[in-house]
Design a protein. Structure first.
Length: 319
């Protein structure tokens, strides 16, 4: 994508929140259900446990409420709600309508489905809305993949889980915190990871791995170039939490050490649209980010989609 116009109205994240279901499913639990083992799962994925339960709307309301409280803003001041999800609670209407009502918002609301890249897609859209006049956008990434997983299929059941992450994106003076971004898709690869309506997830794991590393690196390099930064400027990379081997391979090709990587994979599994915000905001809550740090977000998803962004971290609190 081209560099951001110098005249564009800037935005920054001023509040964030996370939500995970209460039920924990460990690798040992899966051993009792299928031909697998804790060692096999950890070695191939990096996952030790995952959270299961709740609906897309209920988790979104929980994370959204926390983000609003963190930013210290009135729900009535939100100008738009963007819900990134690939697992809506209903075919019609969009789940964002339920979330809007549950949070007491008085604004437009819509869903974005770019699978695991969706939160970064939504971040670009939120910044675009602010550039043309919105003051505050609530961006939420939520998925409840346990509802579309075949729990007898060890290729998918060991990976996918449920969760939600939310951010208040607010107008600021000057350039704002989004320095560069990229969104991409390769529809010819859509059959590598899919779920028919009413069906279960199907995945060609080997081919997804091969393409994922390539498309993540390509997208990240585009965002770095658009932002005028290099990997040496990045304080933290927040990758889609799909598989530790994919993350490691992508970071190695980018020249970013794993010590600079935000990881929540071991405790959350792959939560699709929630993956990046869960890892990002867990790192923020743990004190791993300080104002001024440059963060590289990068992910890939079914479609096959990809998205990345370079963001200057500002920390919580209204501008």
């Amino acid at each position: 994508m081209p560099p951001l116009p110098s005249s564009a109205r800037g935005a920054a994240i001023t509040g964030w929140g996370r939500a995970l279901p209460d039920t924990v499913v460990t690798n040992a639990d899966l051993e009792a259900r299928m031909d697998t083992s804790d060692e096999w799962i950890r070695e191939r994925t990096g996952i030790a446990e995952r959270r299961i339960g709740g609906s897309t709307a209920s988790l979104s309301i929980e994370s959204g409420r926390r983000a609003l409280a963190c930013a210290g803003v009135d729900p009535a001041s939100i100008d738009a709600l963007i819900l990134s999800t690939t697992t809506p609670d209903r075919t019609v209407p969009a789940t964002s309508a339920t979330v809007q009502h549950g949070l007491g918002l008085r604004c437009g609301a819509f869903d974005v489905n770019a699978a695991c890249s969706g939160f970064v897609y939504g971040l670009a859209v939120a910044n675009g809305l602010i550039a043309i006049g919105a003051e505050r956008v609530l961006l939420i990434g939520t998925d409840t993949l346990s509802r579309i997983v075949d729990w007898t299929d060890r290729n998918t059941a060991i990976l996918f889980a449920d969760g939600s992450g939310a951010a208040v994106v607010e107008a600021v003076g000057g350039r704002g915190s989004l320095l560069g971004w990229d969104i991409d898709a390769d529809g010819s690869a859509e059959d590598l990871l899919f779920c028919e309506v009413g069906g279960h997830l199907h995945m060609d794991g080997k081919e997804v791995f091969r393409r994922a590393v390539r498309i993540m690196v390509d997208s990240a390099e585009k965002s770095l170039a658009a932002s005028g930064t290099s990997v040496d400027d990045i304080a933290m990379v927040v990758p889609h939490q799909a598989n530790i081997r994919i993350i490691s391979a992508a970071c190695e090709r980018l020249g970013i050490p794993m010590s600079k990587t935000a990881l929540a994979l071991a405790e959350t599994g792959n939560t699709s649209s929630a993956s990046i915000p869960l890892a990002w905001f867990a790192a923020a809550d743990d004190g791993r980010l300080v104002p001024g740090d440059l963060v590289l977000l990068v992910g890939f998803g079914a479609g096959m989609t990809a998205a990345s962004a370079v963001v200057r971290w500002t920390g919580a609190g209204r501008p």
